[in-house]
Design a protein around this ligand. Structure first.
Ligand SMILES: [Cu+2]
Length: 240
């Protein structure tokens, strides 16, 4: 049916179906409205064509109930779409409490990820299928944007703050990861793959990567190396 054109791109996360439902509803609603308007344009063009006997006196009639009904109907429809979209936004900012937390760092021009056990990857992100994953994003230089079309998620990574995005991968596979914010010369090459694996395979993959240093452990090293611990450590003599 699609003639090789991806009219309906793959849905591979818990969020994809929800977002598509809103998108396709809006698209269908706009199509119906657009066709109705186009029909009126054509209808009136025919009715008032040169030489037709249509009434051109310009008499107007008003109907308060009619005017009120289309105003109220428009308002209600607009609020339905607003409420629907707002609910999706609220959901996207509330990851499940048991989500696996993976940290992601955007830098010119690559994505670096660190698994909860400290295993690092570049331009690849391995995740288990069926488990909520929250990616906490930071940027080292300029604004980047973590974008996985098959998951229907996108979140900017902004210097100086941490942002979050979550999803549950629903099907094993490899999914394109992009940077969706122009971030310099090699922006178009900044991307990679999200690899969704069955939980057992993910566990095996984690094991094969060996132990890495967790973010907390790296931070503690910096804390000592830069002398922060002199004043801010639990047992330090000086109090800053
Ligand atoms: Cu980028």
């Amino acid at each position: 049916m699609s003639f090789g054109i991806p009219f309906f791109p793959q849905e591979a996360s818990s969020e994809a179906g929800r977002i598509d439902a809103l998108f396709y509803t809006l698209l269908a609603f706009s199509a119906v409205l657009g066709l109705a308007l186009a029909g009126l344009v054509v209808g009136y063009a025919v009715k008032y064509r040169v030489g037709s006997k249509a009434d051109r006196t310009g008499k107007r009639s008003r109907s308060l109930p009619l005017e009120m009904s289309w105003t109220i109907a428009s308002l209600v429809i607009a609020f339905i779409f607003f409420g629907w979209g707002a609910a999706l936004f609220v959901r996207r900012d509330h990851p499940p409490a048991d989500a696996l937390e993976i940290s992601g760092l955007g830098k010119q021009w690559m994505w670096e990820f660190r698994q909860p056990g400290g295993q690092r990857e570049i331009n690849e992100l391995h995740v288990p299928v069926g488990k909520a994953v929250v990616v906490s994003l930071a940027a080292q230089d300029v604004i980047h944007s973590f974008y996985v079309p098959a998951f229907r998620i996108k979140q900017d990574a902004v210097p100086g703050r941490t942002t979050h995005i979550w999803f549950i991968a629903t099907q094993p596979g490899r999914y394109h990861l992009f940077c969706a914010q122009y971030c310099g010369t090699q922006h178009s090459e900044m991307g990679g793959w999200v690899i969704a694996m069955a939980p057992e395979q993910y566990a095996a993959w984690l094991n094969s990567q060996g132990e890495g240093e967790t973010l907390a452990a790296s931070g503690e090293k910096l804390f000592r190396a830069l002398g922060c611990s002199g004043c801010h450590g639990a047992s330090s003599k000086v109090r800053a």
